[in-house]
Design a protein around this ligand. Structure first.
Ligand code: G6P
Ligand code: MG
Length: 217
């Protein structure tokens, strides 16, 4: 039976995927590199340096490590400005209710965000106490799509991957859930997230009873 739900943060529990996109789009523009929302689907869930490299590769731009770190820092400062005003009101509808249902069912709640800003964001959203375990992105060696982050959360929670449901809005994250051997919920466009077992347009549409009923036992 399902013993844990492991959530991505950006784009699943709040709209920060949009802010990451805006900050990367501004940097790409500054560098003269074409970058649109469709390109951004490949970027979602990918860590900071990996995301920068994707954009540089798209523009055929080669930079030194120093330059890369400077641009990555610039993007992060822009992103932090964009999230400065965030509060509990920015938590997506349905999250409190879903967390309450999970607690009621004695199912653990984990966070598997690749973002080094995740701790700040969940604090602002007022949900930091809701998690049984929050992965530290700084300690993850292989970013999504590698399964390390989801496996680390499961292991820390003391549950087998097959007893976990991972919840993701990104292609990279969905791949890590699948390669971790977990059951998968996609949040977003079913055409993009075809590989997920269940896809809901929005976290508020996720039906816990249905997922638990249909999950492989
Ligand atoms: C998440 C987001 C990505 C972001 C990554 C790193 O996975 O989906 O868009 O690039 O975190 O975030 P950070 O805040 O550490 O730059
Ligand atoms: Mg995400």
């Amino acid at each position: 039976s399902i013993r844990a739900f492991i959530f991505d943060l950006d784009g699943v529990l709040t709209d920060t995927a949009e802010y990451h996109y805006q900050a990367w789009a501004a940097l790409a523009k500054q560098l003269g590199i074409a970058f649109n929302r469709q390109d951004n689907e490949q970027l979602k869930g990918v860590d900071r340096m990996g995301s920068l490299q994707f954009i540089l590769d798209k523009g055929g731009l080669q930079l030194s490590d120093n330059q890369k770190h400077a641009f990555a820092n610039q993007k992060n400062h822009h992103y932090q400005q964009l999230i400065e005003h965030m509060s509990e009101a920015d938590l997506f509808a349905g999250v409190h209710d879903l967390f309450a249902q999970l607690k009621q069912a004695d199912i653990a709640i984990g966070l598997a965000s690749a973002s080094k800003n995740a701790a700040m964001v969940i604090n602002r959203l007022g949900i930091n106490q809701a998690f049984d375990y929050v992965a530290d992105a700084a300690k993850i060696k292989q970013g999504k799509p590698h399964p390390e982050i989801f496996l680390t959360v499961a292991q820390t929670l003391g549950v087998k991957p097959a007893q976990c449901v991972g919840v993701e809005d990104s292609l990279a994250g969905l791949q890590s859930i699948i390669d971790a051997g977990m059951q998968s919920v996609g949040i977003g466009d079913a055409k993009v997230l075809q590989q997920a077992q269940w896809v809901y347009p929005h976290i508020k549409d996720l039906s816990l009873p249905r997922v638990l009923e249909q999950a492989n036992k």
